[in-house]
Unconditional design. Structure first.
Length: 368
């Protein structure tokens, strides 16, 4: 890890409650990849279950773009009582990524240099900055090994960065619908969303609700990459041939835009998109391939066959490059969003993978 995290060893965490999440405050200088220096930062995080005596049951879940730190809300088919990741068996940790709108350091927080919110001047975190910021929290929680790391989309990008940065930390990793570097296609989608926000006449205003119309349009653009032609052709098809306007597809786009605006802000959306674009595990390393070769955790890579935003070829590349990695393709009517919805397929794939690794470990013990 970087010197940022080494300095964290001597810093006792400040923990306080904010809603249902806890807040960890790191009170030492923390330098970002951009060169910006923060005198402190805070992370909102959720834990479910308890760390066992052997500290062998930690599961770290990485959320995607606009989610929060409670995976039992947005991944309830995988996380919760009686589910695959049951708090009765696992100590589950999820951190709200820096820059988000749900409690971690973000653009609406006060800039100590101006005593006003950061807004457009927020020193945004890369995915590598994010995992380096998580490490002091991990140590404060007493986690020495992460039994399973799992995340989809932007969450998977963070997982890969951490598994490369600290290979011995993870026993198993499960990156889903993600990539080693963000593609030109993905960057173009995010850039188009930022253009929509920038075109909003209110975007230049220094206020929390700036850019809301642009955010609504940005979300509409994003949805086109999350789903695909067939999904819209079935779910939003008109029942008559006589329509001239007020189409279901348009109503759906507007509704989803309004829904996001009610719970999110344009600043967080803008900067997290930049963080996703900057994702490249080969940056400041020998190469993408050699960086992925650093991963020593048992790995299951899951892709979605009709994912437009993170094409399955990106997950096949991960599985072919990470030593000993397993690969599973799943089918989904929902395209990229399938990683949030296809619980039966995900449960089966992950269960099979974990059972297989347990069997391998057992056989190795017999040989010894």
């Amino acid at each position: 890890m970087s010197d940022n995290n080494k300095s964290g060893l001597s810093s006792l965490p400040e923990r306080r409650s904010r809603g249902d999440a806890s807040v960890f405050t790191y009170n030492k200088p923390f330098r970002l990849e951009s060169g910006a220096l923060l005198n402190q930062y805070h992370l909102a995080y959720t834990t479910l279950g308890e760390l066992n005596e052997t500290k062998s049951n930690a599961v770290w879940i990485f959320h995607a773009l606009t989610a929060n730190s409670d995976p039992s809300e947005w991944w309830d088919g995988l996380v919760g009582e009686g589910k695959l990741f049951d708090p009765a068996h696992y100590f589950i940790v999820c951190v709200n990524m820096p820059g988000s709108a749900y409690g971690s350091i973000g653009p609406l927080d006060i800039n100590p240099l101006t005593n006003e919110p950061y807004y457009h001047d927020f020193p945004w975190f890369t995915t590598r900055d994010m995992i380096r910021a998580y490490d002091p929290l991990r140590k404060a929680l007493g986690i020495e090994k992460i039994h399973i790391g799992i995340g989809g989309s932007m969450g998977g990008q963070q997982l890969l960065e951490w598994a490369i940065e600290e290979p011995q930390l993870f026993e198993h990793i499960i990156p889903i619908a993600t990539n080693a570097y963000h593609s030109a296609w993905g960057v173009a989608f995010n850039a188009s969303q930022r253009l929509a926000i920038e075109a909003d006449v209110t975007w230049k205003n220094k206020r929390a609700d700036a850019g809301q119309a642009g955010l609504k349009a940005a979300r509409s653009i994003a949805l086109l990459s999350y789903r695909h032609y067939d999904a819209y052709g079935i779910s939003q098809i008109e029942e008559t041939n006589d329509m001239l306007e007020e189409f279901k597809a348009e109503s759906y786009q507007r509704y989803q835009g309004d829904k996001l605006v009610k719970r999110y802000n344009a600043f967080s959306y803008y900067f997290l998109g930049k963080a996703m674009d900057a994702h490249n595990v080969g940056r400041s390393r020998s190469s993408i391939e050699l960086a992925l070769k650093e991963i020593t955790a048992r790995t299951l890579v899951i892709g979605i066959s009709n994912d437009l935003l993170f094409p399955i070829s990106e997950q096949q590349f991960l599985a072919n490059t990470i030593s000993g990695a397993h690969f599973k393709s799943i089918e989904s009517f929902y395209g990229h969003d399938g990683f949030l919805l296809e619980y039966d397929q995900l449960n089966k794939a992950i269960n099979n993978f974990l059972q297989q690794t347990q069997t391998t470990d057992f056989n190795k013990q017999l040989i010894k």
